[in-house]
Write a protein that binds this ligand. Structure first.
Ligand SMILES: *Cc1c(COP(=O)(O)O)cnc(C)c1O
Ligand code: SF4
Length: 471
């Protein structure tokens, strides 16, 4: 395998000009603007960043260079962009980092894709660089492990919530750190705000997970997540993959990694890692088991010619890629941005699988949006492209309810922002509430949340309304 393997060109047969047929309908020609999903950023765009102006293509495409030059300290980032961004922005980012619960890590690839002349509006900046001026108070119903992953955990790093599938947290590091991370209770290093639960990449811990999985015949499907599977070494990918493939009742596996979205260079230049992944996929195929890669693109600007080359390489090796986005305010919460993301992913063979309603996570209220927004986006996006590339918009119900179609609420009050879901496969009779961010509620809703003595009543009345619908 090498980075330059490309499909052979085949010349196309010569076609006759199209003849309009009487009595048949021909659509009007399309506006070329509807095809911009095919225009991927190419060339040496990174040279616009002063710190990377002398970096040639071979170096920029080397995953070791990307890792080594990833920015892990706020002052380092602020130093890299100081000639590009205004002093006001730099001060604002300094204040933001100081109050953030997540660690900092950005790949040069992401740094180069951010428009630092316009950093307030930039959809990638919003995901990775917190700003003091934009932070909002947390929702009063928020807690750090909002999904109760630890409550459904029989052994450290395994969450067994659903009947036939489980979530395996293999390690606690990632190639980048996202502000909105749901696992900020574990992922990354301790910050000023949060002491983390430890989930290191340790074979002893994994052995107990393999033993548990083997002891539960109902399990067929394992999500191998983290942190991020990109940070597993090649031999760890092989070990985990082979041990799980060896358990007869395991039929499906997915390696979860944000890597393709934030450092596609690894797929192009880390041949050992790719060989390990492809090896597990190929062995799974021989055993008639499905092994896929799940990734995490959030915005069309993350998809460049480099991403396309990386995805081409995966396609050539028979690795299927599905995508799980997070719905983020100011990033992908419009029909234009979400529609373009879905079309562009389809174009590079990435299947849109899920768009998650943002979980209730500390310190990122400015990135959350409402259930109503998600419902409307789903309506507008479905039908733009193939159904199997059209993501399902879901909410992972706080309190351990699991994933629910956003449309499936029993009750939703857009004034208080409370939606109520049921999850019969998790707990037959329980009700689970999701809370829209307070700053997006109408005046009446904001006033009620401003009074703490109202909080229980707001929740009780929503659950009562949901219960009423059951009768
Ligand atoms: C998301 C998740 C899964 C996988 O669910 P799918 O809907 O099949 O993608 C499994 N276990 C847990 C705990 C999860 O959060
Ligand atoms: S890559 Fe995933 S696990 Fe890691 S910080 Fe981002 S969202 Fe969290």
């Amino acid at each position: 395998m090498n980075a330059s393997d490309s499909p052979t060109d085949r010349s196309l047969p010569i076609l006759q000009p199209f003849q309009p047929q009487p009595g048949h309908a021909v659509k009007p020609p399309v506006d070329p603007a509807t095809l911009i999903h095919r225009q991927l950023r190419g060339g040496d765009f990174w040279r616009e960043i002063p710190a990377y102006k002398d970096v040639d293509e071979a170096t920029f495409l080397d995953h070791r260079w990307q890792s080594k030059h990833s920015i892990t300290r706020p002052d380092k980032l602020l130093h890299t962009i100081r000639e590009l961004a205004s002093p006001e922005f730099i001060a604002d980012a300094e204040a933001g980092f100081h109050r953030a619960p997540m660690s900092v890590r950005l790949s040069p690839y992401i740094v180069a894709l951010i428009d630092w002349q316009n950093p307030y509006a930039d959809p990638l900046r919003r995901q990775f660089v917190p700003l003091g001026s934009r932070l909002l108070p947390d929702h009063p119903k928020l807690d750090l492990d909002s999904l109760h992953e630890q409550a459904d955990s029989p052994t450290p790093g395994l969450t067994h919530r659903y009947p036939d599938k489980a979530l395996f947290l293999t390690l606690d590091t990632c190639p980048v750190y996202c502000r909105y991370c749901t696992r900020s209770y574990a992922v990354g290093v301790d910050t000023d705000e949060v002491h983390k639960v430890s989930l290191k990449a340790k074979v002893d811990r994994w052995e107990n997970i393999f033993a548990y999985v083997a002891s539960r015949p109902e399990l067929e499907d394992i999500v191998i997540s983290g942190g991020d599977a990109y940070n597993l070494r090649a031999e760890q990918i092989t070990l985990i993959g082979e041990r799980l493939l060896g358990i007869p009742h395991i039929r499906r596996m997915r390696f979860a990694s944000k890597g393709p979205a934030v450092m596609p260079q690894k797929i192009l230049s880390d041949d050992e890692w790719l060989r390990a992944l492809v090896g597990v996929v190929a062995h799974g195929r021989k055993l008639h088991k499905d092994v896929a890669l799940h990734t995490h693109f959030n915005h069309p600007n993350e998809i460049t010619e480099i991403s396309q080359r990386a995805m081409n390489r995966l396609v050539e090796h028979g690795v299927h890629v599905r995508n799980q986005s997070v719905l983020l305010r100011g990033v992908n919460d419009t029909v234009e941005s979400m529609g373009l993301l879905v079309k562009r992913m389809s174009y590079i063979n990435v299947h849109g699988y899920y768009v998650y309603q943002h979980d209730l996570v500390k310190g990122v209220e400015d990135l959350r949006t409402t259930i109503a927004t998600s419902v409307e986006l789903e309506k507008q996006v479905r039908g733009m492209t193939a159904g199997y590339n059209s993501p399902l918009f879901i909410v992972d119900a706080p309190g351990g309810g699991g994933k629910r179609d956003v449309h499936s609420f029993e009750h939703y009050n857009p004034i208080t922002g409370v939606s109520v879901y049921r999850s019969p496969n998790v707990k037959r009779d329980a009700f689970y509430c999701y809370f829209d961010p307070i700053d997006l509620l109408p005046e009446e809703g904001r006033a009620r949340w401003a009074d703490p003595s109202q909080h229980d009543a707001i929740v009780d009345e929503a659950i009562e309304a949901a219960r009423g619908r059951q009768r």
